[in-house]
Design a binder for this molecule. Sequence first.
Ligand code: N2P
Length: 393
Amino acid sequence: MQRKHLLSLIVILLIAVMALAACGGGQATEAPKQEKPAATEAPKATEAPKEEPKPTEAPKEEGVKPADEIVVYNWSDYVAPEMYDMFTEQTGIKISEDNFSSNEDLLAKLQGGATGYSVIVPSDYTVYIMIEEGMLEELNHDNIPNLKNLDPEFTKLYYDPGNKYCVPYLWGTTGVGYNTELLENPPKSWEQIFKAKESDPWYGRMTLLDDVREVFSAALIQLGYDNNTKDEAQLQEAKQLLIDAKKGLAGYDTDNYEDLVGAGENLLAHGWNGDFLQAADEYGNIDYYIPEEGGTIWIDNMCIPKGVSPEEKRAAEMYINFVLDPKVGDMLGEYNYYATPNKASLEIADPEYKSNPLVFPPEEIRAKLHFIKPLGEFESVYQRMWDEVKSAQ
Ligand code: N2P
């Protein structure tokens, strides 16, 4: 009788413990520990490790030999010249680069099944889309110890909290660059750009980025609307503004716009701050500003596309860790005139770089800068309107 009672007690206890564990009232790993003393049978030594992976277990990729070579799919002119050689010297891994010129191109290429890229560099809103669509590998933070160098501000981004998938690379702004020798008084506003008169010196000698969200952002900002609006009437208005502006444009260009301004072929262009500032070094006659209605701000990121081999992933994580090195991050930011998200890099950076208001915009300018946000299904409406702008006569 006593034995029977004892058995019922054990059974009740077991059920209670299991119920608690199922409710999440305790940690799942605690339950087996508590039931062990009550169990009549000693657990087999071989069973235990299988059932309870220890948290200290080595990362799965440990022991994976990194690939000999990786390809970075990047924006053009977006590395410091010696970076790739330095990485190869340090690790023996060769790097080559392929370029895209807009987030939409990058996305379309990968959605189309392109493979062979180990590291890609999308902007904030595109990272969000890629995570949502399951297009990115999760990073193994154990392989990226230099993550600690990131400014904490860059670890809590809406599109990738905790840097689970990506690591910020550089950030910057989109505004207007112009030729200071040929244009004394550049247009202060987007309005003077979109509604240029034939008598304006920049009429016919300016370009806009070949980039749907950037161009619509500029038009919506000029109209005083949210640059991420989902209001079709506002978008129609922006579309019409852009169509009317076409006669004053030399075209849409994302690849050489800063050189065309430096060489004096065009007088101004819509583009990215660092591209203009690099060209200013080369040509000595370029300045950059945010038109009075405002502009955009963005953060570009290093991510690993889904489907790479474990060897490539390991090499990609080594590259990401390399870029996060304080000296490398500083070299990258200073050479490109884009802002580094790396706090340790900023600590050793040249004071001239850190205090450049065109790289690190002051508060009154920051207040006029807007991020491009992911719009879900509505993205296709922008695309359709963009097609209409591009094909309009
Ligand atoms: C660098 C291009 C800057 C990237 N040439 C804009 N997101």
